[in-house]
Design a protein around this ligand. Sequence first.
Ligand SMILES: *Cc1c(COP(=O)(O)O)cnc(C)c1O
Length: 825
Amino acid sequence: MTYSIEKVTTLIGARRFGESDANIGFILTDSRSLCFPEETLFFALKSERNDGHNYIQELYRRGVKNFVVADVPANYDTLYKDANFLKVINVLEALQRLAERHRDEFNIPIVGITGSNGKTMVKEWLNQLLGDDLFVTRSPRSYNSQIGVPLSVWLMNEHTQVGVFEAGISKPGEMLALRDIIQPTIAVLTNLGEAHQENFSTKDEKCNEKLVLFHDAQTVVYNEDDDIVSKAVSELDDFKGEKLCWSLKDKHAPMYVKKIDKQENTTTVTYIYNGEENSYSLPFIDDASITNSIICAAVALKIGLVADRLDKGMQKLEPIAMRLEVKEGQHGCTLINDSYNSDINSLDIALDFMNRRPDHEGRIHTLILSDIYQSGMAAKELYSEVSELCNKRGVVKFIGIGPELSANADVVTVGEKNFFPTVDEFVASEVFKSLHDEVILVKGARQFGFDQITELLVQKVHETTLEVNLNAVVNNLNWYRSFMKPETKLVCMIKADAYGAGSVEIAKTLQDHRVDYLAVAVADEGVTLRKNGITSNIMIMNPEMTAFKTIFDYDLEPEVYSFRLLDALVKAAEKEGITGFPVHIKLDTGMHRLGFNPDTDMEELIKRLKHQNAIIPRSVFSHFVGSDCDDFDKFSAQQFELFERGSRKLQSAFDHKILRHIDNSAGIEHFPERQMDMCRLGLGLYGINSRNNEIINNVSTLKTTILQLRNVPAGESVGYSRKTILDKDSIIAAIPIGYADGLDRHLSNRNGYCLVNGKKADYVGNICMDVAMIDVTGIDCKEGDSVEIFGDNLPVTVLSDIIGTIPYEVLTGISNRVKRVYFQD
Ligand SMILES: *Cc1c(COP(=O)(O)O)cnc(C)c1O
């Protein structure tokens, strides 16, 4: 489905500059995701920190000819030949308007889903339930924001028979726009979470905001048993639609859930809908899944699925893996594992993700793809589209698995291609054995058993892994940015291997989010980043005298804290014939660690800097000793004053702007008025708020598994030196993690605990080098079960408090042999 540029102009009420004909099939809001330039319409969105208008030139060079802008570039007709500029007052509103008008073209059931949890699962399950009979267009992944929703709705085309879209809000006032775009015929509220998580003062306020989605819907689906929700729905003015609420208590509810019967691995739900009693079974027993299934059942029945087919569909429901995982594979390969439902939109997002991770080694990009189910398209058409997408997104090697792909091998035109009917045949083949030095996207429908491929390709891992959530890193970044003025620059501290999280992947994520500087401790860390394709500015906090040549060769910007270092650096730079090399001057304002004295050293420093032209001060900074604690506020004020004085002296001696910075993570939050030109974000990026020891968004989770379980009678001891004597008959589990992995021995002998299936399990006996023992008496668990050492459910600060240290030490102490696994939703 395409729109002529004239039509688009009218639909969004723009003024058009330029006269070339064009047909628009694709919408772009992020220049890095460009794929089909000729048919793309770019929306130059402005955010606090970025402006889409800055990317027009680059996009034009790459073939984009159509732009929605607030400001038309000067001399557009000579600079941008054949281009069209559609001028509007508000670019985001224009994007939303276009999606809204596109939505108007469809007279089909459209499901809009909001709620605090479960939106994505309900959306995906509805697709699984309805997809065999109907062509469903749905939001890819969790595209549910002010930008994500219009992009999702835009995906509907002439095949679409049902639309299923998520609407997510983070602050009051946002739902109205989303409702106008989605215009749901069926509106769903999954549930209401805790109020404090979002920018709402009360749960009622949040509920009312979410219910804005309900206003003009023909049918609304919600939980009658939730009093806040029920009351709010009953108070909706002028709502004329059908209230399809579900209840476990009210026999007269339109969807009455009469019985929930949990068996070992399945649950049977008996319900009365339209006066008819039926039941279905689903392959899950957890409460969230059961609730989501009830919501899906109500919607699917409403859309017309019959009870019998509903039951069949429910039995086949699959868990939703939202995660895109990055793992180091064997033979120099990196694996991107995406077990999210296979469809063309999520394939596009995963390919885009692969391309946006810089890779300096120039390794080829390989795709391993299974047959795509439930696409609603004819196979030839579908796989030609897949092939075109692969070519556009730089896939060099294509491996198709499944009978359908094999049968349509001819429409795939990727340079190197291979097809196999099953995973087993692929794994046995030469093609599998010869994979090396590639970035491989593994994307397959669950039925094909793609897990086997990743397991075989990933390096044998120690069962202990540190899972790093890249979304959480971005959310933390944005949380701190919210305290900063848009123009304030940001250094992200990724020293000590990104506080243990792994500097390369963290740096890739930060570079993609346009942070101004990355900072590492030593030159070698900087070299590693450069070798992995990081082009951002990189600061070296502790430049070694022996590493100057490396620093110059790799464009790393050293910190300079003493006259000795300054002179040596200048001498080395002069020897290389270098001029104007940027450095960062550190002042000591009270830490008494490294740095020039702002009162006594400045004149000499200025003199020496002026007497050479090999290096040039790019910034000047100092470091708070206690911004995390109010007790030191007076001292911090003193430090700031001293820094102001010293840094002003330095600046006044030079004509060029020297960036001044002093705020670290805690400082950004506590002294936003001291943000100056730049801030340095460290621990906060990794989700820990050092001011209150709370977790902002958890980034790292250290996990292991139960190796062995044994019964040990009362009176026996556990571990070296018999430090724990059991006072009752116990079940003891051995886990493959020890102090050599960074598990502190001070946790031994019931001083600390980990989590086994959500329950606390004490460490018993002394923690050994590679193994620890835990007491799982009374905990439902078996060998092979997962154990959380710290992370999503057990804050790392609990451990650091027990040990009597700071979370920094625990995080950076996780040894290198613990495999890092990265994922993003
Ligand atoms: C590590 C470091 C930071 C970051 O501090 P956090 O407390 O982790 O935010 C900032 N500045 C300097 C000089 C550092 O060494």
